[in-house]
Design a protein around this ligand. Structure first.
Ligand code: PMP
Length: 382
């Protein structure tokens, strides 16, 4: 039965403006498939490590179900401090000017960061292509997302960022390794961005959700290497195969984290308590075999599609963003419709971009399915 309320009148302009049509179109096409090769989902295909599962079970059995501190459970925070100290020498002891907080997913940290820093009239520079929620986060903060066009090599360099800066710019949002391209910036590129942002008094927010998914010999370069005046945002979901647990964290200058905590206290309150306990030992797990497996899948993508598309070789995350060859004269949506007819799901580029020339593949799927899906795409692209 339809609602008797005029819901349309009740909706805020904020929510009406949120653009979901691109993804909806992709999903509605997918309804036609019976047993698709699904290369559209951005989540890992491996189970949670037994040690983490056991820690979650123990936490439940030990009745660790209450609220935690807003900033997070002390043991999990200590493991985050240790991690950032080991990686970048960040010091959280005593009267350090740094602080960390546990968040409800990486998206929770990004939401708090944007609402804390941005307001009406402010601008945040984001990459194009971008992770889908970035423009929305700017919009809900009533700010403007300024797109930094990174085509055709998808490198968000200081030079490209500088062209987007105005006197309204408050933040730059960096995502390396990147969704949807898999591009990983090198140490010099990242250091140049740090310098640019410092010189212009702009907050650098670094979304490092894929920091562990980097394929040797490439290494992950974080702005945290050269600066502790950046906001580092990370997640557990992709790395440990628990996207639905909604766990992440943010770390950076204390006054900024304090402001984010004020907002968190009156919105999310705290991240799920049991799952905070579950992840205390996460950083002790050896991820090397897993990363080697993802590197092989990346190689498979490049081997099968590399000579029929323009493909920037991804060095990280688990995505590739090939171009639809110009000779095919197809929009992204037209291409993915053809792929759906062959039972392969990918996502058209305009979901992530103002351009509609590419499509995204997620290769976080078992090798046999991946190979079948890639060979089908190859046929369509040849
Ligand atoms: N940032 C990027 C670049 C992502 O790809 C995603 C998830 N796809 C997120 C943030 C959100 O992650 P989470 O599920 O931890 O909120």
């Amino acid at each position: 039965m339809a609602s008797s309320l005029d819901i349309e009148r009740l909706l805020s302009e904020r929510v009406k403006e949120i653009e979901t049509s691109g993804i909806r179109r992709a999903w509605s096409l997918a309804q036609a498939c019976e047993d698709p090769v699904n290369l559209s989902i951005g989540q890992p295909d491996f189970p949670v490590h037994d040690a983490i599962k056991q820690a979650a079970i123990d936490a439940i059995l030990e009745d660790k179900n209450g609220y935690t501190q807003t900033a997070g459970d002390a043991a999990l925070l200590a493991s985050i401090h240790l991690r950032l100290h080991g990686q970048y020498g960040w010091d959280f002891s005593g009267d350090s000017h740094l602080q960390a907080m546990v968040t409800s997913g990486t998206a929770g940290a990004l939401t708090l960061a944007c609402l804390t820093v941005l307001g009406p009239g402010d601008e945040i520079i984001i990459p194009d292509p971008y992770f889908v929620i970035y423009p929305t986060l700017a919009r809900i903060a009533e700010a403007k997302a300024v797109l930094c066009d990174t085509y055709p090599d998808f490198r968000m360099t200081a030079e490209r960022i500088e062209r987007c800066i105005t006197d309204k710019t408050k933040a730059v949002l960096l995502n390396s390794p990147a969704n949807p391209t898999g591009v990983v910036l090198n140490a010099q590129e990242v250091a140049d961005i740090v310098t640019l942002c410092k010189d212009r008094n702009i907050l650098l927010i670094t979304d490092e959700i894929y920091d562990e998914f980097v394929f040797p010999p490439t290494e992950h370069s974080s702005p945290a290497v050269t600066s502790d005046d950046v906001l580092v945002i990370r997640g557990y979901g992709k790395t440990y195969g628990c996207t639905g647990w909604r766990m992440g964290y943010a770390a950076g200058p204390k006054p900024l984290i304090d402001a984010m905590l004020k907002l968190k206290q009156q919105t999310f309150v705290c991240a799920p308590s049991v799952l905070q306990h579950a992840l205390v030992q996460a950083y002790e797990i050896d991820l090397a075999p897993l990363i080697a497996r993802f590197a092989k899948r990346r190689d498979m993508v490049v081997d099968i599609l590399g000579d029929v598309t323009e493909l920037v070789v991804p060095d990280g995350a688990f995505y590739a963003f090939p171009k639809i060859p110009a000779g095919h004269n197809m929009t992204g949506l037209e291409f993915i419709s053809k792929a759906v007819e062959e039972d392969v799901l990918v996502i058209q580029g305009d979901v992530f971009s103002k351009h509609d020339t590419h499509f995204r593949i997620s290769y976080a799927v078992p090798e046999d399915k991946l190979e079948h899906g890639l060979r089908t795409l190859r046929k369509l692209l040849s």
